[in-house]
Write a protein that binds this ligand. Structure first.
Ligand code: BGP
Length: 462
């Protein structure tokens, strides 16, 4: 069979998810609470149709059936996360044996089906007790995280080779400390900078700890949502706006994670506006010595910016947005349900940037996908005809393929996500999965895209 787009041998085909979004069983198996359980108790109205994280997609009970479906969808790899508050309720101290059993079972089941587990340690889900201590603002919480990471390496490192310290660490910064879409709903850039900094320190310390373990073929990485900043025009004022947006939203984590140091321009801005975080002696050396082996790239949308139209109100809280306005490019293609622009070439631009400016670090697409509302309307003969999703994936894969042809070190493509899951405050509004979930009875069924992806994976191209 001749393929127009062929991928390198051993390419990772699969999908990604996170504990809070699929496991359910929030009050079972001795699990502790995380910020999502807590916030939902406080303010259920902040969640779409008042649906909280208690049941979600019930993976805790149905993982066997789900892993069989992964096989049918052509997975050779799958990224999951461990729930810190399930493994160590309260965030510190005793390991919960029921959780050990559960994660052992899931990992073993994946391996028995030739699906390599990629395990992420933190996906937006701070144990509530530690949040009450200050969350990532607290250096003690960083220490607790490192202990948790060591436990996880110790418990599962005999079977899991690929580890990730964080998923999209900037999102809790934006959501929790700048733009009010995650608990604790603080708006304070200086505190945001502290949270971001401590998260990065925690990641470097986990990398350092990982190196002490003798994990066969072990690799440790981080998963970042990279959002290329495109200027409205080549006018110097627009270029400057996009440079600053890039510093805040991409390079704030990409540079320390991969290069081991923060961009000087970012430090200069934070210094000028008196927003620099507290640091400790030795931090610089720690970051430099503990860069990641592998980078997961989550890509959904580009960021288009232009120079600010108006001076920011000096009495308003300092925000990155003091340096740019968002730009709505005429003719842009939109995913109207999520409100995100679809720009497939962005993926190529990211990979070429990694090739040229980040030592062509080993990488893979760790999330890419399309959330669509009311997908039942596409149901025909018992199957959701999600041709839009097939097109979305195919067009992104073409650009990824081109980047690989041109030397990018990309090793795989994981979709967001395997089955419809609970999307933070959007709950089940937008469906992303290859597998549809009927929330009435938790029954699963493959969508059209699942069959298509299976073929792509079988042929290692299309
Ligand atoms: C990423 C997160 C995922 C996932 C996805 C889709 O930012 O890593 O957890 O949820 O985006 O976004 P949403 O669920 O907000 O539609």
């Amino acid at each position: 069979m001749t393929l127009n787009y062929k991928f390198p041998e051993g390419f990772w085909w699969g999908s990604a998810t996170s504990a809070t979004q699929i496991e359910g069983a929030a009050n079972e198996g001795n699990r502790g609470q995380n910020i999502w359980d807590y916030w939902y108790e406080q303010e259920p109205n902040r969640f779409f149709e008042n649906i909280g994280p208690e049941i979600t997609s019930d993976f805790y009970h149905r993982y066997k059936e789900d892993i069989q479906l992964m096989k049918e969808v052509g997975h050779n790899s799958f990224r999951m996360s461990i729930s810190w508050s399930r493994l160590i309720p309260g965030g510190r101290g005793e390991v919960n044996q029921e959780a050990v059993q559960f994660y052992n079972d899931v990992i073993d089941e994946l391996l028995a089906n030739d699906i390599e587990p990629f395990v992420n340690l933190f996906h937006f889900d701070m144990p509530i007790e530690l949040q009450h201590e200050g969350g990532w603002e607290s250096r003690e919480v960083v220490d607790a995280y490192v202990d948790y990471a060591k436990e996880a390496f110790q418990l599962f490192g005999d079977r899991v080779a690929k580890w990730f310290t964080f998923n999209e660490p900037i999102v809790p910064v934006e959501g929790g400390y700048l733009y009010d879409f995650h608990y604790p709903n603080v708006v304070d850039a200086k505190r945001a900078a502290q949270v971001a900094y401590h998260t990065m320190i925690a990641s470097a310390k986990a990398v350092e700890a990982f190196r002490e373990f003798d994990i066969k073929d072990g690799k440790i990485g981080i998963v970042l949502n990279l959002t290329p900043s495109y200027p409205r025009s080549q006018n110097p004022a627009d270029l400057k706006a996009s440079h600053v947006a890039d510093l805040f939203f991409n390079r704030s984590f990409l540079d320390p994670a991969v290069l081991g140091e923060y961009p000087q321009d970012l430090i200069d801005i934070l210094k000028e506006y008196e927003q620099l975080p507290k640091t400790e002696e030795g931090d610089r050396a720690l970051l430099k010595a503990n860069t990641v082996d592998i980078l997961g790239v989550n890509y959904y949308q580009p960021r288009r910016v232009k120079a600010k139209e108006h001076q920011p109100n000096p009495d308003s809280p300092f925000l990155p947005d003091w340096f740019f306005d968002n730009y709505e490019m005429p003719g842009r293609k939109m995913n109207i349900y999520r409100g995100w622009e679809i720009y497939e070439k962005g993926l190529y631009d990211i990979m070429i940037n990694l090739r040229d400016n980040y030592g062509n670090i080993e990488s893979f697409i760790s999330e890419n996908g399309m959330g669509v509302q009311n997908e039942e309307r596409f149901l025909k003969d018992g199957e959701i005809q999600d041709d839009y999703r097939i097109e979305f994936i195919r067009e992104h894969l073409k650009w990824l393929n081109k980047a690989i042809q041109e030397g990018s070190n990309a090793k795989g493509y994981h979709m967001w996500t395997f089955m419809d899951n609970w999307s933070w405050s959007n709950a089940y509004k937008n469906r992303y999965g290859f597998v549809s979930i009927n929330l009435e009875d938790q029954s699963r069924s493959l969508k059209k895209s699942a069959h298509w992806f299976r073929k792509v994976s079988d042929n290692n191209g299309f």
